[in-house]
Design a protein around this ligand. Structure first.
Ligand code: FPP
Length: 245
């Protein structure tokens, strides 16, 4: 991104303390559509455009990891039409957007129970991860068929399968068996659309993450809004349970 195209408030960012990992709960697509008398699907289509804009901006600001909650294990309970639309948007990313992500040097990653996704989509996502594996820019992780509790259940199953004894179980033994084993914990979690909950997202990983909630609905989230979240983050004092020295 051309520096002139960065939102004006980006000049207030401290370049040395850009959060390394930003996780996002992209909420409010349904409300965005309802306010316009449209079906919820339109909200997701518009929300997808925000994904493109924010991914691009995050990379240019020097964020290393961006993790987006695209589809939860609970989202299967939504009407079939909405589930199909969400799957189609994820398929669109998987089929159409990898070349442009590659051009931007983005490493594409997926977390979640991939084994329960339709087989062609799973294969495509796995191929995309392989194709972009050596890219050195932003790591864009989509959480698809993801649940924080199922992730922990899966990690415990791996511990058991690996024959780990009770004495060998520690935080590292668990962290290294999560879907995010090769990703640092998020520094900042941004939730749009105003709800004050974490919705089964990255439960283990957000133990010391700074949380920022904005009332703005996801499709309306602007580049300026994203930078506002980073500016608010830079004003926080992180203590990780200790004292500030
Ligand atoms: C929550 O809004 C959002 C989702 C369940 C899906 C997020 C999906 C997108 C942003 C579009 C596609 C993204 C990718 C990465 C392809 P909601 O529908 O629960 O909104 P509401 O609370 O206003 O009803």
């Amino acid at each position: 991104m051309n520096p002139e195209k960065l939102p004006a408030n980006a000049s207030g960012l401290e370049p040395d303390s850009i959060p390394r990992h930003v996780a996002m709960i992209m909420d409010g697509n349904g409300r965005w559509a309802a306010r316009r008398g449209l079906s919820r699907v339109f909200g997701h289509v518009e929300g997808h455009k925000t994904v493109r804009r924010i991914t691009n901006l995050a990379g240019h600001l020097g964020v290393h990891y961006l993790t987006l909650y695209a589809f939860s294990v609970e989202n299967w309970r939504r009407p079939a039409e909405e589930v199909s639309a969400l799957m189609e948007l994820i398929e669109h990313v998987a089929h159409e957007e990898i070349p442009s992500l590659c051009q931007e040097n983005v490493r594409f990653n997926i977390i979640g129970r991939l084994q329960d996704l339709p087989e062609p989509l799973r294969l495509e996502l796995e191929r995309d991860m392989e194709l972009t594996r050596d890219n050195t820019g932003l790591t864009l992780t989509l959480a698809v068929n993801y649940g924080g509790r199922s992730e922990i259940v899966d990690a415990v199953r791996r511990l058991v399968a690996d024959g780990v004894t009770p004495e060998q179980v520690d935080e590292q033994a668990i962290s290294s068996r999560l879907y995010t084993a090769d990703i640092p914990d998020p520094d900042l979690l941004i939730r749009t659309a105003g709800e004050l909950r974490v919705s089964n997202y990255l439960l283990w990983q957000i133990a010391y993450t700074e949380i920022y909630v904005t009332d703005t609905l996801w499709p309306d989230l602007s580049e300026k809004d994203f930078v506002d979240a980073l500016l608010a983050y830079q004003k926080r004092t992180r203590k990780f349970g200790g004292l500030v020295s």
